[in-house]
Design a protein around this ligand. Structure first.
Ligand SMILES: Nc1ncnc2c1ncn2[C@@H]1O[C@H](COP(=O)(O)OP(=O)(O)O)[C@@H](O)[C@H]1O
Ligand SMILES: [Mg+2]
Length: 237
C-alpha cells in the first residue's frame, strides 16, 4: 500500500501535510506522535472515511469512491477506545459487518463468532453479554475479534492498548502479534507505547503537526539522535 497524501484540511487548517510512505505486504508500521497530530486522521483518510488531496494506492490501484471496497473488504479496524456498540451484545458486535452485508444466517454467524472468540482467547459463555458487563481488556478482545471476522489482509489499530493496565497491555500486544504473524497480515498501529511498537512493528513513522518528522526501522528508532523523537520516547516510557 502506498500513501501520497498531499494535504487534509478542515476549513483552512492543515491537518495532514505531505505524507509519503509505502507499506509492504505482511509488514507492520507503527505511527507515533503527540496527541492531535493527525494519527487517527491518517487512518480515516486511508479507509476513505474522509476526503483528502492526494493519492492512496492499494495493490497498485488508486483508491477512489468507486473502488473503496477493494480495501474495505480486505481490512479490519480496531477503533480508538475500542468502540463497541453499547446496545448490541458480543455476538452481534462481532458479526456486525456480516449481518449488515446479509451474507450469513444467524446460525452461521454464531459459529464464526465462536471461532473468533477462541482466536482472541475468550470463552463462548460471553456470547450474549453486553459490552458494559465486560472488563476493559475483554472489551478490547471483543473489538479485536470484530476486526478480524472477515479474515482481513490489512489491520488498522488506533491506540489498541491506551487505558489498559500493564499486564492487559502485554496480553493484547501478544494477541495482536500472533494474529498478524499467523496470517501474514499487513498492519498499521497507532500507539504511544514504544515497547508495544518495538514488539509488533517493523517500521515507525513519527508524526508531528501532521507531517512525517521521522521515519525509520524500529531498530533505528531506538538508536536515533533525533531530538524531538528522543524527547517523545523518553516522555512515554
Ligand atoms: N471533524 C473535525 N473537524 C475539525 N477538526 C478536526 C476534526 N477531527 C479532527 N480534527 C483535528 O485534526 C487534528 C488531528 O486529529 P487526530 O487525527 O484525531 O489526532 P491524533 O489521533 O493524532 O490525536 C486535531 O487538531 C483535531 O482537532
Ligand atoms: Mg487519535
Amino acid at each position: 500500500m502506498k500513501s501520497k497524501i498531499c494535504s487534509k484540511k478542515f476549513e483552512n487548517k492543515i491537518i495532514l501535510n505531505d505524507l509519503n510512505f509505502k507499506i509492504f505486504r505482511g509488514k507492520s508500521i507503527g505511527v507515533m506522535g503527540p496527541s492531535g497530530t493527525g494519527k487517527s486522521m491518517l487512518l480515516k483518510c486511508i479507509l476513505g472515511l474522509t476526503e483528502y488531496d492526494g493519492k492512496i494506492l492499494y495493490e497498485g490501484k488508486i483508491l477512489e469512491k468507486k473502488n473503496r471496497e477493494l480495501l474495505y473488504n480486505n481490512s479490519g479496524m480496531l477503533f480508538q477506545g475500542g468502540a463497541l456498540f453499547d446496545s448490541l451484545n458480543v455476538w452481534q458486535n462481532i458479526s456486525f459487518k456480516r449481518i449488515n452485508n446479509k451474507t450469513y444466517s444467524k446460525r452461521d454467524s454464531i459459529s464464526i463468532v465462536r471461532k473468533m472468540l477462541k482466536e482472541v482467547e475468550l470463552g463462548t459463555e460471553i456470547l450474549n453479554n453486553m459490552p458494559s458487563e465486560l472488563s476493559g481488556g475483554m472489551q478490547k478482545r471483543v473489538a479485536l475479534a470484530r476486526a478480524i471476522v472477515n479474515e482481513p489482509r490489512i489491520l488498522f489499530f488506533d491506540e489498541p492498548t491506551t487505558g489498559l493496565d500493564p499486564l492487559t497491555t502485554k496480553a493484547i500486544n501478544k494477541l495482536i502479534l500472533n494474529l498478524i504473524n499467523k496470517n501474514n497480515v499487513t498492519s498499521i498501529i497507532i500507539s504511544h507505547d514504544p515497547l508495544s511498537i518495538k514488539k509488533i512493528c517493523d517500521e515507525v513513522i513519527f508524526l508531528t503537526n501532521g507531517k512525517i518528522e521521522w521515519h525509520g526501522s524500529v531498530k533505528e528508532m531506538s538508536n536515533s539522535r533525533h531530538k524531538m523523537l528522543k524527547d517523545y520516547l523518553n516522555s512515554n516510557r
